[in-house]
Design a protein around this ligand. Structure first.
Ligand SMILES: [Zn+2]
Length: 160
C-alpha cells in the first residue's frame, strides 16, 4: 500500500500544472544529482520564483520545512551567475525574519532565452505579502545567460 501522499499542490508559478510536473521537475533533478535542466530562461525564472515561494512558505522549525529551505537555497544559489550569487546566509532567513510570501506570478514579456540562445530576458510581476500582511508587488526585467547548456540568472532591473 502506498504511503499517504498529499494531493499534488498546483505549482506556485501559476502555469496550472501540479508542482511535481512543473517547477518541481527542475528542483528534483537538482536535488538528485546537481543537474540544472530548465530548458529555457522562462522555465528557469519560474522555477526560481517557485523556489522563493516555497522558501517563504516553509516552516524552518519543522523537519520538512528545514529540508525545503536547504533544497531551495541550494537551487537558488546554483541557478545564480557566479558574479552575482549571494552567500547562503544572505538567502537563509533566521527565525523571526520577515519573509515575503509570494502568492502570484505573471510573466509579461520574454526575449531570447530559448534552447539555442545564449542570453534572454524575462519580465514578470510577482505579488505577495510581507510579514505584517501588507501587499508586496515586484516587477522585474531579469537577465539570464546560458553557459554549457545551463541557464542562470544574472541580474535584473526592478520597476514599480
Ligand atoms: Zn511551475
Amino acid at each position: 500500500m502506498a504511503s499517504a501522499q498529499p494531493a499534488a499542490e498546483p505549482c506556485p508559478c501559476g502555469r496550472g500544472l501540479p508542482y511535481p510536473e512543473c517547477c518541481g521537475r527542475w528542483h528534483a533533478r537538482h536535488a538528485a544529482d546537481g543537474t540544472l535542466a530548465a530548458p529555457t530562461a522562462e522555465d528557469l525564472m519560474r522555477s526560481r520564483y517557485t523556489a522563493f515561494a516555497r522558501l517563504g512558505a516553509a516552516d524552518p522549525t519543522s523537519d520538512d520545512g528545514a529540508r525545503t529551505v536547504t533544497a531551495m537555497v541550494a537551487y537558488l544559489r546554483a541557478t545564480w551567475a557566479a558574479e552575482t550569487r549571494p552567500s547562503p546566509a544572505d538567502l537563509t532567513l533566521s527565525p523571526g525574519d520577515p519573509a515575503i510570501r509570494f502568492t502570484r506570478l505573471a510573466v509579461t514579456d520574454t526575449t531570447g532565452g530559448g534552447p539555442f540562445d545564449s542570453v534572454g530576458t524575462v519580465t514578470f510581476t510577482a505579488l505577495g505579502r510581507d510579514a505584517s500582511g501588507a501587499r508586496v508587488r515586484l516587477t522585474e526585467r531579469s537577465r539570464f545567460r546560458r553557459e554549457d547548456g545551463v541557464w542562470r540568472y544574472v541580474d535584473g532591473d526592478v520597476a514599480g
